[in-house]
Design a protein around this ligand. Structure first.
Ligand SMILES: C[S@@+](CC[C@H](N)C(=O)[O-])C[C@H]1O[C@@H](n2cnc3c(N)ncnc32)[C@H](O)[C@@H]1O
Length: 458
């Protein structure tokens, strides 16, 4: 009680200061609320929404484990000030080998507390930041929000830990859910069992909360809410996935060739190549056009998520009309940032049928590329510096005998003064290109171990 009183007194002084500064800034009506010892701050965000309706400026003092967070919202929905204690922890997952460029991208996009990590990048922010990451990141596979971390050596502890999370803002009996788990070096080592137990805890909580004792159903193929559980060394980390379908599903790829590259990997290769988005660009083995389309989207600052109809979080129970309006505004801001001036971006392939697909995809993405049917073997370098990023056949899904591999490397050797990035799934590519790669990245493409080799051809 004593502790609560002193924290309360502290809040009061802060409130008084904010009130004075609020008056100075022309706000003449406030409401404020003190909340103590809630398990999750997510609940507070819902509270903020209700108090926001009643005053032009609403304050919420949030006390949890003796930390104090202060939110101030204006009626215009803008978050004016947010204490660090009330930020959410996000995790942007990535294809292995692309973490460094995802980290650069998220920093460039202005997210805070971005840290380089294996298999993905953690960052902190508000819900709006999480939504913005889904819209703007070209490289992230998924954006997830951290719900809780706890120890669990047995199923009871797992059930209790999952129950301790308040799922009710996100899931009602009308939502469908899916829970998947990964277990590493833990007493509970059966991922299927862990996922089932966690799902039971969530379903039981929602049923208890529902006045008709209804429960959400499970959907394996198209759930409204996806939950991921990582159990490593008996420590459970619970994430809720904001993305829905993986973020590589931009929405523009209507059809593909035989061995298409993921859009997120194509975007990562462009960054790894060091392309400056001004120099002319070419993919001479473009297939369904993914690399060239991603190059055009990046060069025009077109946020890839603008092509998506919706994300996972837009199907959560708390995604109401007000949240939809914030998303509409975000989309509008991003559309306003698109620029029409881009360098020449060319895409060629030997196969006319696959070029037809590339043209359809480029049209769906709304980008203008220059397409040409041509064998790379006929390509002569030119004096105008060009950046090439390409993904030649590996002789696995698509045929590439040693004659073709030699032909491709000879073509690269002729690209004097050009920068060339090649996603090589066969050792011959490195062996027969006369220059040494200035950079080399180990990147799996699906199940294939590949190297992305970047050359400055002399
Ligand atoms: C691995 S696929 C590229 C996939 C592409 N990145 C995509 O996302 O769809 C390799 C492409 O090289 C093309 N190709 C094979 N031999 C070629 C040659 N001699 N000249 C140009 N393209 C060639 C194939 O038609 C195929 O579309």
């Amino acid at each position: 009680m004593q502790r609560f009183y002193s924290v309360y007194k502290g809040c009061f002084y802060i409130f008084e200061g904010l009130f004075k500064s609020g008056v100075k800034h022309g706000f003449d009506c406030f409401s404020f609320l003190i909340v103590c010892d809630f398990q999750t701050r997510i609940y507070c965000i819902d509270l903020i929404k209700s108090i926001r309706a009643s005053a032009p400026l609403s304050l919420l003092f949030f006390l949890s484990n003796s930390t104090i967070g202060i939110y101030i919202y204006s009626i215009e929905k803008e978050l004016i000030l947010q204490d660090n204690n009330n930020m959410l922890d996000f995790f942007a997952s990535s294809i292995s080998g692309t973490e460094s460029v995802l980290c650069d991208e998220l920093r460039e996009l202005g997210f805070s507390s971005v840290r380089l990590n294996r298999s993905g990048i953690p960052f902190r922010g508000t819900w709006r930041d999480g939504w913005r990451a889904c819209l703007e990141s070209r490289i992230a596979q998924r954006i997830q929000v951290l719900m809780n971390r706890f120890q669990a050596y047995d199923q009871e502890a797992l059930y209790k830990g999952i129950m301790a999370i308040d799922w009710t803002p996100f899931i009602t009996p009308r939502q469908t859910i899916s829970v998947s788990a990964v277990c590493v070096a833990s007493s509970l080592n059966h991922s299927g069992f862990v996922a089932l137990k966690a799902k039971d805890a969530i379903v039981d909580q929602i049923r208890k909360h529902d006045k008709n004792q209804q429960r959400p159903s499970v959907s394996r193929t198209d759930p409204d809410v996806r939950i991921f559980i990582y159990l490593v060394n008996n420590k459970v980390t619970v994430y809720m996935d904001l993305s829905g379908d993986g973020l590589h599903r931009r929405g523009y790829r209507q059809q593909t060739g035989d061995a298409p590259l993921r859009e997120t990997l194509a975007a990562a290769l462009l960054r790894l190549s060091g392309w400056d988005r001004k120099t002319p660009f070419l993919d001479p083995m473009c297939g369904s056009g993914t690399i060239a389309i991603e190059a055009a989207l990046w060069a025009s600052n077109f946020a890839p998520g603008l092509l998506r109809k919706r994300f996972g979080f837009e199907r959560w129970a708390n995604f109401d009309e007000e949240a939809a309006m914030i998303m509409r505004e975000l989309r509008g801001e991003l559309r306003g940032a698109v620029c029409s001036q881009i360098p020449s971006i060319q895409a060629s392939d030997i196969d006319e049928d696959v070029l037809k697909i590339a043209r359809i995809n480029a049209r769906a993405a709304g980008v203008k590329l220059s397409f040409k049917q041509r064998s790379i073997l006929d390509l002569q370098g030119s004096s105008s510096r060009t950046v090439v990023v390409t993904n030649p056949p590996y002789d696995i899904r698509l045929g590439a005998d040693s004659k073709l591999r030699h032909g491709i490397t000879s073509a690269v050797n002729r690209m004097h003064g050009w920068r060339v990035g090649i996603l090589a799934g066969h050792a011959d590519y490195k062996k027969f290109i006369s220059a040494s790669p200035r950079e080399k990245f180990e990147i799996p493409n699906g199940t294939l171990e590949c190297q992305f080799l970047v050359y400055e051809v002399e």
